[in-house]
Design a protein around this ligand. Structure first.
Ligand SMILES: Cc1cc2nc3c(=O)[nH]c(=O)nc-3n(C[C@H](O)[C@H](O)[C@H](O)COP(=O)(O)OP(=O)(O)OC[C@H]3O[C@@H](n4cnc5c(N)ncnc54)[C@H](O)[C@@H]3O)c2cc1C
Length: 291
């Protein structure tokens, strides 16, 4: 049977944005419904900030070990167990997960619903497939906090290549031998440094300038450090096509040069995650007319 709800606020998405808003609304005693179709905590906890920073922490230890001699400490880096680095990443996620959990938010007074939300019309959100709707929510305000998805560039040949994005890179328990990263934004570069420090060869390909929205002085420091640590960054190089060669991946650049690697990570920007919400022209009018 479909449960009918009439909260003040209905939030779609329990990532960093949705959770913060839900906690604040509940603290003010506002009736609030929070709907999540995947894992509570969204990208930050599961496939973004937390796993990346946990990986970076392991990589930093490896680098400290390599450089300890200059501080008068003789320490030998005798090996990196990539599977154990990965185990730790998941332990860190598990340690933080209770903060973002359904149980915690329910305890705060938020009504948490697990399922996929979509707009039946401009005033009603439903949860579940058309033939099996579990909840129908008519809220005073709706908040779309559904985040973003990795943007996958339409490069000829990409359909033949298995590639990583932030959604699955933290699942790999084997260290890539030579990781090619498409995209030199903050995510691409932080992972480039982490994988390099953990022993992979890394080549980053960027069609524009790396970190182009950042302060050029700061960017120069980052790029110098990456170069010193052995990360290759190819700027102003557009990928023309991709090819799978037995165990290797070939990347052909627009200047005709090729780069070969063992794995590919796409970190080429983000796109809004609004497909399936059934948003349409009525949504633009609801923001003007809602009271
Ligand atoms: C590798 C990496 C490292 C990062 N590091 C940092 C960092 O160090 N610091 C920082 O500030 N940011 C960092 N970020 C960015 C950060 O992860 C995002 O800005 C943040 O997670 C966005 O939160 P959000 O709530 O907007 O969206 P999300 O976290 O994406 O949450 C959206 C949620 O909505 C759910 N959802 C979508 N559609 C529906 C639907 N129809 N029904 C129900 N639920 C739905 C999704 O399942 C998801 O859980 C990093 C990102 C990446 C990829």
């Amino acid at each position: 049977m479909t449960e009918q709800l009439r909260p003040d606020i209905c939030i779609i998405g329990a990532g960093a944005a949705g959770l913060s808003l839900a906690a604040a609304a509940a603290a003010f005693g506002v009736p609030v419904v929070l709907i999540e179709k995947g894992r509570m905590g969204g990208e930050c906890l599961n496939t973004g900030c937390v796993p990346s920073k946990a990986m970076i922490a392991s990589a930093r230890y490896a680098e400290l070990c390599r450089n300890s001699g200059q501080f008068g400490i003789q320490q030998v880096l005798s090996g990196i167990e990539f599977d154990k680095v990965n185990d730790r990443i998941h332990r860190v996620i598990s340690a933080i997960a209770p903060n973002d959990s359904k149980e915690r938010f329910t305890g705060l007074g938020v009504r948490v619903i697990e399922g996929t939300a979509w707009f039946r019309n401009a005033r009603t959100v439903v949860v579940g497939p058309e033939h099996d709707i579990s909840h129908e929510i008519a809220a005073r305000r709706f908040v779309i906090a559904t985040g973003s998805l990795p943007a996958i560039p339409q490069i000829p040949g990409i359909e033949q290549i298995p590639y990583f994005t932030n959604e699955n890179i933290f699942e790999t328990r084997e260290r890539p031998q030579h990781l090619i990263i498409i995209g030199a934004g903050s995510n691409g570069l932080e992972l480039a440094q982490a994988f390099r420090r953990l022993g992979s060869e890394v080549t980053v390909i960027e069609r524009d300038q790396p970190l182009r929205r950042e302060d050029p002085e700061c960017t120069a420091i980052v790029l110098d450090t990456l170069a010193r640590e052995g990360v290759t960054v190819r700027s102003g190089a557009k990928v023309q096509r991709l090819r799978r060669l037995r165990q290797r991946i070939e990347v052909v650049l627009d200047n005709g040069e090729t780069v070969h690697g063992s794995e590919l990570l796409i970190a080429a920007g983000r796109r809004p995650n609004v497909e399936g919400l059934n948003l349409g022209p009525p949504m633009s009018s609801i923001s003007r007319t809602a009271s």
